[in-house]
Design a protein around this ligand. Structure first.
Ligand SMILES: Cc1ncc(COP(=O)(O)O)c(C=O)c1O
Length: 391
């Protein structure tokens, strides 16, 4: 029998990191110590109360039935409460909130609800690859890249989008604080996004997964803070980065009730929501924010740690002659290496430091590499010493 992948699967881009991964595996086999600054998965544990609650809730037999496609009522209420405290955004938990098995799943599934084969989707470049692949491509949509250029502060230039492209676009993805560039977007430019989307009838999928990983007093906004955003936007969020719960798979989306309903329709045919006990734990985690929207000590502590790591990395890179800014949010540092990012990453790998080549995030990621500060400060210092020798 000849077994063929579906055309849409065949169209998925080749996995460009295969060659690098082969070298990594080989080096590990040889017992060579590699400092991995490549993955977007925190090295820090979830808060102890989350671990305790997980133990408690998962050992309750009542918490092992199917959840509802839209999520448990108490979870949706907790998300609405959190948005009110943190962003001053009012939400109807019944109609404007949905639980997700991590935000990635929601980002991929939202296209299935609204994108027809051949529909145009505006996708930032460079970007988290799920917008283009798991989302647009697997829904047979056509990706229209929005270059994120350094001269524009890694924000899309809406004036560069032609009237035709804008009119043809059904959906747009946007992500700030941004992976991989670590750029942030304040409320004023978000107003332009909403205006542009309303004028052109475009659904905005705003990925706010990193809003709580912020430094130097920076507070990331929600797009829903902008007047009129609820006409066009859905925002994706998650406990993954805020509470270091990446493997627990708990996220949520909020916003326009019709867009939320579309996502519920898709998900009810595919899954039955995140486990009930994980939703119950997430409720406790979200409740740790104060009424003024201040994060708990745990989140502040984690961010103080990231600030130190960021400083060690950026100061270290700059001492080697690079010109690198200190990001205000995310656990990424986006370094302009110039030229071939795969070659640059390979040379660092030879020195025992693993980073992600920018080309992996899109054509406009070429010339950059992404460092993740998901290693202790001492290891980052050591990485800088290794890079210094390699250069
Ligand atoms: C920009 C961005 N959005 C969403 C996600 C998905 O996170 P999760 O599915 O764990 O909520 C990630 C994960 O790395 C990410 O970098």
């Amino acid at each position: 029998m000849r077994i063929e992948f579906a055309e849409r699967v065949k169209r998925l881009p080749p996995y460009i990191f295969a060659e690098l991964e082969k070298i990594i595996t080989e080096k590990k086999k040889q017992g060579i110590d590699l400092i991995s600054l490549s993955i977007g998965d925190p090295d820090l544990p979830p808060p102890p109360f989350v671990l305790n609650e997980l133990k408690k809730e998962s050992s309750n037999p009542k918490n092992h039935n199917y959840s509802l496609s839209q999520g448990e009522p108490e979870f949706k209420r907790a998300v609405a409460e959190w948005y009110k405290k943190r962003f001053r955004v009012e939400l109807d938990p019944e109609k404007e909130v949905i639980a997700l098995i991590g935000s990635k799943e929601g980002i991929a599934n939202i296209t299935r609800a609204f994108v027809n084969p051949g529909d145009r989707v505006l996708v930032p470049d460079p970007a988290y690859p799920v917008y283009a692949n798991g989302g647009t491509l697997l829904s047979e949509g056509i990706q229209v890249p929005m270059p994120l250029l350094e001269e524009n502060g890694f924000k899309p230039d809406f004036q560069a989008i032609t009237e035709r492209e804008a009119k043809m676009a059904k959906m747009m993805f946007l992500n700030y604080p941004n992976n991989p560039t670590s750029a942030v977007m304040n409320k004023d430019p978000l107003r332009h996004v909403v205006e542009f989307a309303r004028e052109n009838n475009i659904i905005v999928c705003y990925d706010n997964a990193y809003s709580e990983v912020a430094f130097d007093g920076y507070k990331a906004p929600s797009i829903l803070e902008v007047e009129g955003a609820k006409d066009v936007a859905i925002e994706f969020h998650s406990c993954s980065k805020t509470f270091n719960m990446t493997g627990d798979r708990i996220g949520f989306a909020i916003g326009n009730s019709h867009i939320v309903t579309g996502l519920v329709k898709i998900k009810s045919q595919i899954d039955s929501g995140p486990p009930v006990y994980v939703q119950k734990v997430a409720v406790k985690a979200l409740e740790t924010y104060t009424d003024d929207g201040e994060p708990p000590e745990y989140v502040k502590d984690v961010n103080r740690g990231y600030t130190e790591r960021r400083n060690v990395l950026v100061d270290g890179l700059n001492s080697l002659g690079f010109k690198c800014q200190k990001p205000l949010a995310t656990f990424y540092v986006w370094l302009k290496c110039g030229g071939d990012s795969m070659k640059f990453a390979s040379s660092l790998l030879e020195a025992g430091v693993v980073v992600t080549p920018g080309i992996g995030f899109g054509r406009h990621g070429e010339g950059y590499v992404r460092f993740s500060i998901t290693q202790p400060k001492e290891r980052i210092k050591e990485a800088i010493e290794r890079i210094a020798k390699a250069l």
